[in-house]
Write a protein that binds this ligand. Sequence first.
Ligand SMILES: [Zn+2]
Length: 322
Amino acid sequence: MLLAAVFSAAVLAAGAATSSPGAEASTAPLPACRTGDVLSPWRSLAQYRVTILDRWYRLPSTYVPPLRSVSAAGFSSGYAVRREVITDLAAMRAAAARAGARLGIISAYRSYLTQRWTYAKWVRVLGASRAAISSARAGHSEHQLGTAIDFTIPGASAPWGYSDWARTRAGAWLKANAWRYGFVMSYPANRLSVTCYGYEPWHYRWVGREIAARMHGSGLAPRPWLWRHGAEYAWPAPTPAPTPIPEATPTPAPTPEAAATPEATPTPEAVGPPDATSSPATSPDPEPTTTPATTSDPGATTPPEATTAPDATPAPDVTPTP
Ligand SMILES: [Zn+2]
């Protein structure tokens, strides 16, 4: 915990220097849920752990994360997730199985185009107003990040067919333990006013273990937590590596003195106590995963954008659930 605090403080310090859109998010109050199409402040591929998506903020239609099949985590379904998720997903699946909870996956990464189709389907099934709080319009879905997964129970009916899937063995286990593996329930019960979507006990988003632990400890739902703390993780620390130490000061300044002091006199060195020698100076390199974001799948043809015209009716549909 202390380490986490130190680390995030360091990242915060690094990030604070960078003036960037989204900086106001940590200080301004959480916006009310409203419908719109504004690009999310932290939407680069590298900011995926804290990208805020709701009915207002969205991803670019061209956003495609580096993907890997969930079969790499031991699942038989053909879905894909962002590759960074695989290790924790595999560990979580194994831990759940040991506890007698079998996990399956009923949806994971969805492209912008797939989401457009998905949302249109829910509008047909539920009507526009209910679809608005049950499904996300294209660009607004966490599934496009590649980090959201809809879990299910293998062989059972879809989780949304249950009155409360969190009461199943798998659902209950996830609700209690998913955070330990870096996953958080994006849309918990009775939080519609801050999450902007209805209760979805099957929908989890991977944010990494450190952020998940902090969210869990805070008691906040992901959206309000990200709004308040996301900035701490939105900007990777500036790579400390290439600092070209100005060693032999080639300054032409006629400073007479400073004659290249021979520095660390290579004396035969009075070898100190035997123990304290070996430590090879652990490099203080916090450096959060500098993924070069190799956008695999170039085939994601950019769609003609705003075609799905009817576009979720304005606002009167914000019926806050009981
Ligand atoms: Zn989902």
